[in-house]
Design a protein around this ligand. Structure first.
Ligand SMILES: NC(=O)c1ccc[n+]([C@@H]2O[C@H](COP(=O)([O-])OP(=O)(O)OC[C@H]3O[C@@H](n4cnc5c(N)ncnc54)[C@H](OP(=O)(O)O)[C@@H]3O)[C@@H](O)[C@H]2O)c1
Length: 230
């Protein structure tokens, strides 16, 4: 047993609607002895992602729900403190899929080693990780935009949407962003260099979208569902 303890958030109850603090419980637990191939990680970054809301629910889904009193799942970037795995040693940076906790003990075979000289390690949870890959594959493999196309991107200031918008600009598209609120739209125009951004909360959203896409829409990158998709 290590002298360190692990602080972790477990799911205390299943949320109805938007989650609240009462749906979670902070616990302090002992760190178990490492087994063969196990690695002890000190987590530095945790990504909070939309899929987590699905894991809090026990409705039928493609993935198992988090159990009540179970550790909330999530991807983390952390530093190896101890290792019983041949490929990892103390000081290595790794990407792990365990959860909302300060310290994780995981089988080293499930880890991805990160090179801090290549990019900030936290990027493995964003542009160089799951959201970035989703944007890259979704837009380039499925959307296949061509120069001059009108590309509309929903939730355009999130990690997936912001990446899609920027790749779209690199590919020579007219990029029309959709985001919730003027502050996000200002960010999209100034930092993502989109051609137009529409606040989906505006009363005349449909009219503004039509005005922003005079030639119609060639590629639509859906991120949310609901009203905007309809
Ligand atoms: N491999 C995969 O299949 C994969 C991987 C990563 C992500 N995804 C999916 O891709 C989408 C984008 O992911 P992301 O991480 O980039 O998300 P995100 O943009 O950080 O978060 C979702 C955004 O959706 C918008 N939104 C619109 N209506 C909403 C509502 N009623 N409730 C909550 N949010 C609402 C919000 O932006 P506004 O305020 O701008 O509307 C919110 O910030 C998500 O659907 C995610 O599940 C799939």
């Amino acid at each position: 047993m290590s002298a360190l303890t692990n602080q972790r958030f477990v799911l205390a109850s299943r949320p109805v609607g938007a989650p609240t603090a009462e749906n979670f419980r902070l616990e302090e637990v002992a760190i178990p002895t490492l087994g063969n191939n196990d690695v002890l990680i000190e987590n530095h970054h945790l990504s909070i992602d939309p899929y987590m809301r699905g894991r809090m629910s026990d409705a039928k889904s493609y993935a198992e729900p988090v159990a009540i009193d179970g550790l909330m799942v999530g991807a983390t970037v952390g530093k190896v403190l101890e290792s019983n795995h041949a490929d990892y040693q103390a000081g290595d940076w790794v990407l792990a899929y365990k959860g909302w906790e300060t310290h994780s003990v995981v089988d080293g075979d499930t880890l991805l080693k990160l090179n801090p000289d290549l990019a900030p390690v936290s990027y493995a949870l964003g542009i160089l990780g799951m959201p970035g890959f989703t944007a890259y594959m979704g837009l380039l493999d499925i959307g296949q935009p061509k120069e001059g196309d009108t590309l509309v991107v929903a939730a355009a200031t999130g990690p997936v949407g912001a990446t899609v918008a920027q790749i779209g600009k690199l590919k020579g598209c007219r990029v029309v962003a959709i985001a919730g609120g003027e502050e996000k739209c200002q960010y999209a125009r100034e930092h993502l260099s989109v051609d137009a951004c529409i606040d989906h909360k505006a009363d005349n959203f449909a009219e503004q979208l039509a005005d922003a896409c005079p030639q119609g829409i060639d590629v639509y990158f859906e991120n949310v569902g609901g009203k905007v998709f309809d």
